[in-house]
Design a protein around this ligand. Structure first.
Ligand code: UDX
Ligand code: ADP
Length: 465
C-alpha cells in the first residue's frame, strides 16, 4: 500500500468538517480536501470571517486558520477530489428513514449509496474507502457491493472508522481520543488498508489506542457505545422522577453511585432528556437490527431507553402545565436554550423542540432565547414536526435576542439547555420583570435552589421535590 498523501472527505457536516480539519492540522504532509454538494455550506467553510463557519466548535476556527489553504481545502469539485485521493472518507448524513420499510427506525442509506456510486464512477486507481458517518451494521458490505459491481475494475478496500466525537468538545475528543476503531477485512490487502489508516492517526495518537477489528465489531461498537451512554442518561432520569416524589435528591444519588469505580461519575446528570443526532438514531438502529435478526427481547430492551427519554421530555412539559394551575393558554413562557446541549448550535432531536411543542399544544405563548441557535433553525425544527400550521408556530412562538428583556411579564422561565451564561444572569432583575408568582423550571439543574428561592421564585429543579 502506498503512503497516503491525499485524502478526500465526502460530506462537510458536523462529522466531516472537524475531523478533517484535525487530520489536516496534525498531518501537514497530507493534503485533505473536504467536498460537499451543498455549495452554500462549502462557501461557509471558506468564509474569511472565521466566526461564520457553518458549525461552532471550541478550537475549530483556530485550526482552520492554521491549515486552510495550506493542506486543508473545502470544495464542491466532488469528482476531482475523489479521483485524486488514495483514501476517501464518507461522512454524509444517515438520517432515520421517514418512509417505507424501517420507517422511523432504520437509517436511510441513500446518501451513502449515492457516494459509493459516485466513487465507483470516478475512480481510476485503487482506493481505500472509509465509512465515517454513523451507520448501521453491514453498511461497509453494501458499499463494497456497489463498488465491486459498478466500478472501473479497480480495487477498493472498505474500512469502518466510527466517529466518537461529542459535539461541543469535538476538537478535544479528536486530539485526545480515548480510542480509534478501525474495522476491515482480515485479508492481506484489508490489513494493509487498516495499517494505512492507523498510520494517519499515529501522527498524533499513541498506537495502543488505535484498535483494529473486523467490520462487524467496529460498526456495532459504535451503536453499542452510544446505546450504553444513552442508557445511563435514561437510567438517571428515571430515578429523577422518583426523587421528585420523595425526599431523595438526584444530585446526591448521582454522586453516591458515581463513587463506585465500577459505575464511574460521568453521564449521570439528570436532565430534560438526551438529544443530539446520534443517541436516538443509533438506538433505533440497534433495535431495528435486533428485530430483523429475530431478537425481539433484545430490541425491546434497548427501545425502553428511548421510551424513557420520551417520558422525561413529556414529564417536564406536564410539570410546567400542572404547576401553572393546569393551564398555560395565553401565558408567556420563556425557554432558555434550544440546542440539544451547551456549546453547540446543533438542535437535532433537542428536548427543547418537544417541550415547546407540548406547551404550544396547550396554547402557551413561548419566547425562546438561545445564544447560538438562529431563529430560522428554531422554526424549521418546529415545522418539521408537522404538528400544526407553520404560521401557527410563528404566532405561538417568538425568538428573543435579549434574554433579560424577554422575561418581561412572563409567567415562567424554563431552562432547557445548560448554557453557562444562564448561571450568570441577573436573576433578581428577571424576577422583577416577571408576573408574580414567578416560576422557574430548571430542566438542567443549573441554578442554585436557595438563591432562587431567596429571590422569591417558585423554583422547580428536575430530580428534587
Ligand atoms: C454523543 C456521544 O457522546 C459521542 O461519543 C458520539 O460520537 C455522538 O453522540 P453528542 O450527541 O455530541 O455525542 O453529545 P453528548 O455529550 O453525548 O450528549 C448527548 C445528550 O445527552 C445531550 O442532550 C446531553 O445534554 C445529554 N446528557 C448527557 C444528559 O442529559 N446527561 C448526562 O449526564 C450526559
Ligand atoms: P453529519 O452529522 O453526519 O456530519 P451533516 O448533515 O452535518 O451530517 O453533514 C452531511 C453532509 O453531507 C451535508 O452537508 C450534505 O450536503 C453532504 N452530502 C450528502 N450527500 C452527499 C453526496 N452524495 N455528495 C457530497 N456531499 C453529500
Amino acid at each position: 500500500m502506498k503512503k497516503i498523501s491525499k485524502i478526500c472527505c465526502i460530506g462537510a457536516g458536523y462529522v466531516g468538517g472537524p475531523t478533517m480539519s484535525v487530520i489536516a492540522n496534525q498531518c501537514p504532509h497530507i493534503q485533505v480536501t473536504v467536498v460537499d454538494i451543498n455549495e452554500a455550506r462549502i462557501a461557509q467553510w471558506n468564509t474569511e470571517d472565521l466566526n461564520q463557519l457553518p458549525i461552532y466548535e471550541p478550537g475549530l476556527k483556530e485550526i482552520i486558520a492554521e491549515s486552510r489553504g495550506k493542506n486543508l481545502f473545502f470544495s464542491t469539485e466532488v469528482d476531482q477530489a475523489i479521483a485524486e485521493a488514495q483514501m476517501i472518507f464518507i461522512s454524509v448524513n444517515t438520517p432515520t428513514k421517514t418512509y417505507g420499510k424501517g420507517k422511523g427506525q432504520a437509517a436511510d442509506l441513500k446518501f451513502v449509496e449515492l457516494c459509493a456510486r459516485n466513487i465507483a464512477k470516478v475512480a481510476k486507481e485503487d482506493k481505500i474507502v472509509v465509512e465515517k458517518s454513523t451507520l448501521p451494521v453491514r453498511t461497509a458490505e453494501a458499499i463494497k457491493n456497489i463498488l465491486d459491481n459498478t466500478g472501473n475494475g479497480v480495487r477498493f478496500e472498505i474500512l469502518s472508522n466510527p466517529e466518537f466525537l461529542a459535539e461541543g468538545t469535538a476538537i478535544e475528543d479528536l486530539l485526545h481520543a480515548d480510542r480509534v476503531l478501525i474495522g476491515g477485512d482480515d485479508t492481506p490487502t484489508g490489513k494493509a488498508a487498516k495499517n494505512a489508516l492507523s498510520e494517519v492517526y499515529e501522527n498524533w495518537l499513541p498506537k495502543e489506542r488505535i484498535l483494529q477489528t473486523n467490520v462487524w465489531s467496529s460498526e456495532l461498537s459504535k451503536l453499542v457505545a452510544n446505546a450504553f451512554l444513552a442508557q445511563r442518561v435514561s437510567s438517571i432520569n428515571s430515578i429523577s422522577a422518583l426523587c421528585e416524589k420523595t425526599d431523595a435528591n438526584i444530585a446526591e444519588i448521582s454522586r453516591a453511585i458515581g463513587f463506585d469505580s465500577r459505575i464511574g461519575p460521568k453521564f449521570l446528570n439528570a436532565s430534560v432528556g438526551f438529544g443530539g443526532s446520534c443517541f436516538q438514531k443509533d438506538i433505533l438502529n440497534l433495535v431495528y437490527i435486533a428485530r430483523s435478526f429475530g431478537l425481539p427481547e433484545v430490541a425491546d430492551y434497548w427501545e425502553q431507553v428511548i421510551l424513557m427519554n420520551d417520558y422525561q421530555k413529556r414529564r417536564f412539559a406536564d410539570l410546567m402545565i400542572q404547576t401553572l394551575y393546569n393551564t398555560v393558554s395565553g401565558k408567556k413562557i420563556v425557554l432558555y436554550g434550544w440546542a440539544f446541549k451547551k456549546d453547540t448550535n446543533d438542535t437535532r432531536e433537542s428536548a427543547a423542540i418537544y417541550i415547546a411543542d407540548a406547551l404550544m399544544d396547550e396554547q402557551a405563548q413561548l419566547v425562546v432565547y438561545d445564544p447560538k441557535v438562529p431563529k430560522e433553525r428554531i422554526y424549521a425544527d418546529l415545522d418539521y414536526l408537522g404538528t400544526r400550521d407553520p404560521q401557527k408556530n410563528r404566532d405561538l412562538l417568538t425568538v428573543a435576542t435579549d434574554p433579560l428583556e424577554a422575561t418581561r411579564d412572563a409567567h415562567a422561565v424554563a431552562v432547557v439547555t445548560e448554557w453557562d451564561e444562564f448561571k450568570g444572569y441577573d436573576w433578581k432583575k428577571i424576577y422583577e420583570h416577571m408576573l408574580k408568582p414567578a416560576f422557574v423550571f430548571d430542566g438542567r439543574r443549573l441554578l442554585d435552589t436557595h438563591t432562587m428561592r431567596d429571590i422569591g421564585f417558585n423554583y422547580y429543579k428536575i430530580g428534587e421535590a
